[in-house]
Design a protein around this ligand. Structure first.
Ligand code: IMP
Length: 187
């Protein structure tokens, strides 16, 4: 069966990652960027609302994604504010906040919101564990990637290729959950 889904995003890095991941699962990916209101709330709330809003508008099955970086010693900050904090505080500001901190544990989390006409939205969560590095490293990826150190590779996300990041990232995990459900249980 030829399965297709439309990914609604304005982020070209997320799109590139999703293309690589859907390729593995044999799902065709289309892309549109109509924009949608981002509520203030949890990743699940933002993704559910956005998915319902866009699928009602475009009258077809779509997915949206809401993601963030959750730093343990900062009680989960920047979390749902990741996008705003990346633009204002930047990676340098995060490093300053963690200057004397020895607990560097952090998680990236990704929530996929799926909705189709006449259905209630459904969400798929993925995460990946890592450490906030002592300095930015690498110029691949985007946003917090140069800060996110992964022990298994002894590299930051910023030093990994898209394919390497796609092997185990938060987005890989959430998109894989969605892709399996979509190909096995949807319809
Ligand atoms: P949103 O899902 O576009 O609202 O993303 C929230 C923010 O989290 C992004 O703007 C980035 O700053 C950050 N973020 C989410 N996923 C990643 C990632 O894979 N690498 C680096 N930063 C990310």
């Amino acid at each position: 069966m030829d399965l297709t889904i439309t990914f609604i995003t304005s982020n070209k890095h997320k799109l590139k990652e999703a293309e690589g991941i859907f390729n593995i699962f044999g799902i065709n990916l289309e892309h549109e960027n109509p924009g949608y209101p981002e509520l203030q709330g949890s990743l699940e709330e933002v993704a559910s609302y956005g998915a319902k809003y866009v699928s009602d508008k475009l009258e077809k099955p779509i997915i949206v994604e809401d993601a963030g970086l959750f730093i343990k010693s900062l009680n989960g900050f920047p979390g749902v504010y990741s996008s705003y904090v990346q633009e204002t505080l930047t990676n340098k500001g995060i490093l300053k906040l963690l200057k004397d901190e020895t607990d560097r544990y952090a998680e990236f989390r990704s929530c996929i919101g799926f909705c189709a006409p006449n259905l209630e939205p459904k969400t798929f969560l993925g995460s990946v564990k890592g450490l906030i590095s002592l300095e930015e490293k690498g110029s691949n990826g985007f946003a917090y990637d140069p800060l996110f150190y992964v022990e298994k590779y002894n590299k930051t996300f910023g030093e990994l290729t898209t394919n390497e990041k796609n092997n185990f990232s938060h987005r890989r995990n959430s998109l894989e959950k969605f892709a399996k459900w979509y190909s096995e249980e949807y319809k």
